[in-house]
Design a protein around this ligand. Structure first.
Ligand code: ZN
Length: 103
């Protein structure tokens, strides 16, 4: 992959999601805030790992496994909140089906 990845639509979506999930008045202490920030970091990790030339394949695979484990754990925690579960479902579409390119 040679072209830069545009994360801004997803950043907007994450901001939007955080606003909807927040119960701590944006103090960053509630599960909504923490979950969204975690997802933001994970997405950035995914993108940077996936766009890097293959230098440390093994390390990347380990990282990917660890990442999926974290995502899973986070999902399990958030699935207890039906509203969060729906939002996470929406968000996870980014991992499964990237939107079509506009150009
Ligand atoms: Zn909050």
């Amino acid at each position: 992959m040679s072209r830069p990845v545009d994360l801004s639509p997803m950043q907007r979506e994450l901001d939007n999601l955080r606003v909807q999930l927040c119960h701590c008045n944006h103090a960053g202490t509630c599960l909504g805030c923490q979950g969204v920030e975690m997802l933001r970091q994970q997405v950035q990790m995914v993108v940077s790992a996936a766009t890097q030339p293959v230098l440390m394949q093994v390390a990347q695979e380990t990282q990917a496994k660890e990442l999926m484990k974290q995502v899973q754990e986070m999902q399990e925690r958030m699935l207890r909140d039906p509203e969060a579960a729906r939002a996470i479902e929406e968000l996870l579409k980014y991992f499964q089906a990237p939107p079509p390119e506009d150009h």
